[in-house]
Write a protein that binds this ligand. Structure first.
Ligand code: SAH
Ligand code: SF4
Length: 366
């Protein structure tokens, strides 16, 4: 039987951290019939309830016991930013130990997409990334990952809307918190629960090759996004330090295998940095790498961060880079910098909150 990931006696049981069999055994230990767990499950994942008093088909003594011994596990909102066009809403969410993570809701072309975090901070340390600049603090539990998507689903529910997409593209590296991320994905697509379509979920990785190989064998139809940012090892080593461990040859081998095993197209993320990776040579090297691969490139102008000197390129340079990909028939999209005015780059709201609560004389990263 799977144990909840955190049963620290200091804290109540977090229900989002439990799978259905564990919930069943908990309620059976409390003398409840087996069907109770399914009823509670529906309150949690279909009705998105956070208040036990709402759960009117559960007997009152059970509701009281749940309220005394457990908590649903919904995070507290401790900061919010809204883009001026109203399309992007970013929340800073506090976890049970006081750590915070960012989650973003984007409304675009009829989609309602939640961008959620998988770790507090990140150990990879990509030069341009605000999350990388803060270092690694801890993994999120599966419940803490799911809770971020449900948080926005609940907001949307009050307006009669539904969450349509989830991207694991917030703070942290999902393939370095593999088990919890996969439990969270399976929880979101659960046909007896939240029922999100598999194809409406994207997992973004910096390129953890063993993780990609393992993901390819999960029998899932989610989209894999790989944060590439450079198509030569010498440049990628500088931007994305993990490239020294998993270089481009092994990374692309894993991507080819992923497509072969899942039949799914792989997305490649490319944050364009002025004078660094926005050259025709990089576009050509990228096109060469992608030859024969079922792939799509997302070009994203860099969101400048305080500890990295890089800037986003001009529109002319961006267009030229896209045109070069076009010339090689590489499918691509130029992503609008949605919510640049709300510091939508991952880790930036937390970074701002932290720096405003301590000395502003922050050391710059090397
Ligand atoms: N660790 C995973 C997922 C989280 S990062 C990964 O790296 O893929 C999500 C995406 O945001 C990645 O593509 C990352 O490269 C990108 N990103 C991080 N900082 C950025 C910035 N300042 N501007 C633009 N994109 C950024
Ligand atoms: Fe970590 Fe992704 Fe940021 Fe790199 S881009 S530091 S892998 S969160």
């Amino acid at each position: 039987m799977t144990q909840p990931e955190d049963r620290d006696s200091q804290f109540p049981i977090h229900l989002y951290d439990l799978n259905l069999p564990t919930l069943q055994s908990l309620l059976e230990d409390w003398g409840q019939p087996t069907y109770r767990a399914r009823q509670l499950w529906e309150w949690l994942y279909i009705h998105l309830a956070i208040d036990f008093d709402q759960m009117t088909n559960l007997p009152r003594p059970l509701r009281q016991r749940l309220a005394a011994k457990t908590t649903v596990g919904a995070p507290q909102v401790v900061g919010t930013l809204q883009s001026s066009n109203g399309e992007t809403h970013k929340d800073l969410l506090a976890l049970k130990d006081g750590e915070t993570v960012e989650a973003v809701l984007m409304r675009y072309r009829g989609r309602r997409t939640a961008c959620i975090s998988t770790q507090v901070g990140c150990a990879i340390g990509c030069a341009f990334c605000a999350t990388g600049q803060m270092g690694f603090r801890r993994n999120l539990t599966s419940g803490e990952i799911v809770a971020q998507a449900l948080h926005f689903a609940r907001t949307l529910q009050t307006k009669g809307e539904r969450l349509t997409n989830v991207v694991l593209m917030g703070m942290g590296e999902p393939l370095l918190n593999y088990e919890a991320s996969l439990i969270a994905i399976r929880r979101l697509i659960d046909p007896q629960g939240f029922r999100l379509g598999q194809r409406h979920i994207t997992l973004s990785t910096v390129g953890i090759v063993p993780g990609i190989n393992r993901l390819a064998g999960e029998g899932l139809q989610i989209t894999l996004a790989v944060s590439l940012h450079a198509a030569t090892d010498s440049l990628r080593n500088q931007l994305v330090p993990i490239n020294r461990r998993y270089g481009l040859d092994v990374l692309f081998e894993a991507c080819y295998r992923y497509v072969e095993r899942t039949g799914r197209r792989v997305s490649f993320e490319w944050a364009l940095i002025e004078g660094v990776n926005d050259t025709p040579e990089q576009a050509q090297a990228l096109a060469a790498r992608l030859k024969g691969l079922l792939a799509h490139v997302n070009l994203i102008p860099l969101n400048p961060t305080p500890d990295y000197a890089g800037q986003s390129p001009s529109q002319v340079t961006l267009d030229a880079f896209a045109a070069e990909l076009e010339r090689y028939h590489i499918p691509h999209t130029v992503r609008v910098r949605r919510g640049v005015d709300i510091q939508a780059g991952c880790g930036q709201l937390r970074q701002r909150n932290q720096s405003s609560s301590r000395s502003t004389n922050r050391a710059r990263s090397p």
